[in-house]
Structure formats: structure tokens, C-alpha cells
Design a protein around this ligand. Structure first.
Ligand code: ZN
Length: 129
């Protein structure tokens, strides 16, 4: 879900480099503190320092996760509604509760997930060689 990216010095576009590693130090042991890259956009080769590399959440993943959680929220609402909704207990506040629970579960999942991802990103980005 995380990727390591750098910004091309020639065209300013963001290129993805590696899949996420726990920290910069481990990565430096693998690739060294400076290495050659070729920009995906302008095809120019460049030498970049590992300190210029930073971690971020893959944009496509955040979109997928968001869509999935939204779908999950809708499904949860639907099943809660089907399971707990009776004609004789049709109270106005019930629908609000059902919708609230249905959306609360995925949102808390998203919150926990994003906190743990942000923590990993912060750890990687703050640590310089
Ligand atoms: Zn470029």
C-alpha cells in the first residue's frame, strides 16, 4: 500500500521507485546512498540521493480502499436494516442508528489503517541517513 517515490529534477514529476521498506537504513544497504534513476516521464537519467526518496500511500490504493470501505458501509447498512428493521419497530431514530453503525464500522477501520500507515510514512520520511 505504500511506495517510495522521488521527484524528477528535470521535469518535476513524481516517480515511484521501490515497494516500501521498513526504514531508510535498510534500503541504503541494498541500493546505496546514491543511485541512478531514469524518469518515467522525460526519460532523462539522473543520480539521486536516497535522502530525496520519500514514502507515500499509493494513490490508486487509497482510491481502492476508499471505494471498498464505502461499499462495505453500504452493505453493512443494508444488512443491519434487513436484520433489525421491523415494521412494528419502525421508529424514526432507529434508521439513524442503523445508518450510524453501518458507517461507523468502516470509518473506524479506515481511521486505524490510516493512522498506522501515516506512522510508517512518518518514520521513514523523518529518518535521514
Ligand atoms: Zn523527469
Amino acid at each position: 500500500m505504500l511506495e517510495l517515490v522521488y521527484t524528477c529534477r528535470k521535469c518535476g514529476k513524481t516517480n515511484s521507485l521501490f515497494s516500501f521498506k521498513e526504514d531508510r537504513y535498510k534500503l541504503s544497504q541494498k541500493v546505496g546512498s546514491e543511485f541512478d534513476v531514469e524518469c518515467r516521464y522525460c526519460r532523462k537519467s539522473d543520480k539521486i540521493k536516497l535522502n530525496k526518496v520519500y514514502a507515500r500511500i499509493k494513490p490508486v490504493y487509497s482510491f481502492i480502499v476508499f471505494s471498498l470501505l464505502f461499499l462495505l458501509a453500504c452493505l453493512t447498512c443494508y444488512f443491519l436494516l434487513k436484520g433489525y428493521w421491523r415494521d412494528n419497530i419502525l421508529i424514526q431514530s432507529k434508521s439513524i442508528q442503523v445508518a450510524f453503525i453501518g458507517f461507523c464500522i468502516p470509518i473506524s477501520v479506515l481511521a486505524v489503517l490510516s493512522i498506522s500507515l501515516k506512522e510508517k510514512i512518518r518514520t521513514f520520511n523523518n529518518y535521514r541517513l
